[in-house]
Design a protein around this ligand. Structure first.
Ligand SMILES: [Zn+2]
Length: 210
């Protein structure tokens, strides 16, 4: 039951190859479990293809998102052998990436970093937060993309469950709290720089290095 999706603008940017590598991975993870957004992406591709027929082909860069498509759980047979699966418990777009060990920051908060060989500067982190625990307060200088992998959390705008994708721009002052019925694991990336505030943030900012 997915109720929060990436915006059409984000899907269009994914289709056009202009979404940053980190957010692209977060959105691809959402797409792997969301037929509605896969249909949306295909329609943007169709529009892009029509534009390519009529305009200068250099305006679009299909290579940037072809990679995301290959990782989707499509009904079509894969065009190439599946990548080595390192994390069978994670959605297909994530399971072949090197992921660092969980790092513990008390209280009730852990994080680990995903390494994208094709984009080493991308900042993608996985967060694991205990039930009832507030997500570390932070702001960001660009849009933040969060995909809920397991569990759920709530903020002033709604409740977010496994499969939901949340986009927050820098104007949103949100303080998410993990729901009481279990821990929550999320994948998060920002375009721009993540600014963590509060004591937890000051503690982990140097560790995460973003
Ligand atoms: Zn969706």
């Amino acid at each position: 039951m997915i109720t929060h999706h990436p915006s059409d603008f984000t899907l269009a940017r994914l289709a056009a190859g202009t979404l940053g590598a980190g957010p692209q991975l977060v959105v691809a993870t959402h797409l792997s479990g969301c037929p509605r957004c896969r249909r949306g992406l295909r329609s943007f591709w169709a529009v892009g293809g029509a534009m390519l027929d009529e305009a200068a082909p250099t305006r679009l860069s299909p290579d940037a998102f072809a990679q995301a498509l290959r990782r989707l759980d499509e009904t079509d047979p894969p065009a190439e052998p599946a990548a080595r699966v390192l994390h069978p418990d994670l959605p297909p777009p994530l399971n072949a990436y090197e992921i660092g060990r969980w790092r513990f920051v008390p209280p009730g908060f852990r994080w680990r970093r995903l390494t994208l060989p094709e984009s080493p500067d991308a900042n993608v982190i996985m967060l694991k937060i205990a039930a009832g625990q507030p997500v570390p307060h932070h702001g960001h200088s660009g849009t933040e993309y969060t995909q809920v992998l397991t569990g759920s959390f709530t903020d002033s705008l709604g409740r977010y469950r496994a499969g939901d994708c949340i986009e927050m721009d820098e104007e949103v002052n949100h303080q998410p709290v993990v729901d009481q019925d279990g821990e929550c694991v999320c994948l998060a990336a920002v375009e721009g720089r993540l600014r963590l505030s509060g004591w937890i943030g000051r503690l982990i900012q140097p560790l995460i290095g973003i």
